[in-house]
Write a protein that binds this ligand. Structure first.
Ligand SMILES: *[C@@H]1O[C@H](CO)[C@@H](O)[C@H](O)[C@H]1NC(C)=O
Ligand SMILES: *[C@@H]1O[C@H](CO)[C@@H](O)[C@H](O)[C@H]1NC(C)=O
Ligand SMILES: *[C@@H]1O[C@H](CO)[C@@H](O)[C@H](O)[C@H]1NC(C)=O
Ligand SMILES: *[C@@H]1O[C@H](CO)[C@@H](O)[C@H](O)[C@H]1NC(C)=O
Length: 447
């Protein structure tokens, strides 16, 4: 059978005669076997034994268009025994031209290898099949399917779903990223009855195509949806299109550009939503409706100047790379555990501003233009770093911006003894209150 050049499955087929095979090596990890199709075609086959224990097989580079006719490969009984004993879990095809007609046969073949649960196509070109598979695709255990940078003709109504329905209905994870997809036909979405995770990052989804792709019946069990880096512009339209996904837990809308909308209508996000990513979406203010039970909110890389949130359940708030001039009000966030404020315009971390956060365990606040004019300003940051061990980016990212004499000093290396407030603001009274404040802080902090 090796002689038949059924290259897609050469590694499976040729196991029957392991010493005869070729062009494969265990890179980049001992569990990951990479075989080059081109080498295989040219060179004499060398040993394949090195790859026997790998759990990931990757097949690279080649044109399988002449294999379209081999869509009904029935393995011999001997071969089935071998397939059933394989340890491979993931198959990856990289830089390959694949006729769609080959897929049903390929899947049938793979279904004999009991542990294969993930299939990936990276930078592959799919050639359109004249017709769909003759019979239903049954018994496929692949539950995770990934297409990255692939080219195919649009999956419009040409696609007859019925032979695929059984498998699609069992699929748990589907990724179609950076593949210029503009929409998913509603009836196709409806076939993914068990899908947990859908990642369509880096495509061309727009507000309108989103509502048709996520029609009422589509993806009824979806928990994770990644729509990062598409062409979405209306926050409210997106919300409306997705509001019926009552099991959605994690929504990634990062790297879209939500325009400022003058008149916006209210919309309610699913109550199930806990992780919400609005990183790099052009947001300037956050007066918009947020998921009511959100626990992790990523607002990094926007243009936010001020912020006032009230979300009693919020545990993680990411505000890196915005335009905040001061620590935002955190009174409405009693459960916050992780806060990032790095790369803003914050000049101080006053201890009283952070005091309400009794559950805080990590505060990233480096790369801000810190004011080192007063000893107190430095002390309060040091206290966070040393006593509460809160600052993961301390000390290397904490640099003085002012006064000019201390510019570019690490906060940790400023000679405190020589320091006093340059405006003489620290009068007797404020020194006393400062000491009282520090004293209270120290007593109150757990040691
Ligand atoms: C994608 O695959 C084609 C062959 O199918 C190859 O010529 C090209 O270099 C690959 N591109 C990348 C970025 O790997
Ligand atoms: C699906 O994706 C999730 C998250 O990436 C992962 O934890 C899970 O193992 C995947 N499931 C399958 C069947 O591959
Ligand atoms: C949000 O998305 C950005 C980029 O798209 C990513 O770097 C970041 O890790 C995500 N945040 C969370 C909390 O997952
Ligand atoms: C730094 O703090 C001092 C003392 O409060 C103040 O006089 C000064 O204006 C601040 N510098 C900047 C750049 O904010």
């Amino acid at each position: 059978m090796c002689r038949m050049e059924t290259l897609v499955f050469f590694f499976l087929l040729c196991l029957k005669n392991p010493v005869q095979t070729s062009g494969c090596n265990l890179e980049p990890s001992p569990n990951h076997c990479v075989c080059s199709l081109r080498d295989l075609q040219q060179s004499e086959r060398q040993t394949f034994l090195t790859c026997l224990a790998a759990t990931t097989y990757e097949l690279r580079g080649g044109d399988l268009s002449h294999l379209g006719a081999l869509s009904n490969i029935e393995p011999e009984p001997q071969l089935i025994d071998i397939l059933e004993s394989l340890t491979v879990r993931k198959l990856i095809f990289t830089d390959v031209v694949v006729p769609e007609a080959l897929l049903p046969g390929a899947l049938a073949f793979v279904s004999y290898a009991p542990l294969v649960s993930a299939l990936e196509f990276v930078n592959c070109t799919f050639l359109r099949a004249a017709q769909g598979p003759a019979s239903a695709i049954l018994g496929v255990k692949v539950s995770s399917l990934r297409f990255h940078k692939v080219t195919a003709e649009p999956l419009d109504d040409r696609f007859d779903l019925s032979p695929w329905r059984s498998w699609l209905g069992d699929l748990e994870n589907l990724t179609i990223s950076e593949s210029q997809v503009t929409s998913i036909p509603c009836k196709m979405g409806a076939a993914f009855t068990a899908l947990h995770l859908l990642d369509v990052s880096g495509n061309h989804f727009q507000d309108l195509s989103l509502s048709s792709s996520f029609c009422e019946r589509a993806f009824p069990r979806l928990q994770v949806l990644k729509l990062s880096h598409n062409h979405l512009t209306s926050y409210e339209t997106v919300c409306k299109s997705l509001s019926h996904l009552h099991r959605l837990i994690h929504l990634d809308l990062s790297q879209n550009n939500f325009l400022l909308e003058v008149s916006s209508f209210p919309c309610t996000w699913p109550e199930s939503l806990l992780i919400f990513n609005l990183s790099a979406t052009g947001l300037q203010y956050t007066g918009r409706s947020l998921p009511p039970n959100v626990q992790v909110l990523d607002l990094s890389a926007n243009s936010i100047l001020t912020l006032s949130l009230s979300n009693p359940g919020l545990k993680g708030l990411y505000l890196s790379n915005n335009r905040l001039q001061a620590v935002p009000s955190v009174k409405g966030l009693p459960r916050l555990e992780v806060l990032s404020l790095d790369q803003n315009q914050i000049s101080r971390l006053p201890s009283e501003a952070l005091q309400p956060l009794t559950h805080l365990r990590s505060l990233k606040a480096g790369l801000n233009p810190y004011n080192c004019s007063c000893r107190q300003y430095i002390k309060e940051i040091q206290a966070l770093a040393t006593q509460r061990s809160l600052l993961p980016d301390w000390p290397h990212d904490y640099i003085c911006k002012s006064p000019p004499a201390l510019e570019n000093y690490l906060l940790d290396e400023v000679p405190l003894s020589s320091l006093q407030c340059n405006k003489g603001l620290v009068s007797h009274g404020s020194v006393v209150s400062l000491l009282t404040c520090l004293h209270l802080l120290l007593c109150w902090l757990p040691t």
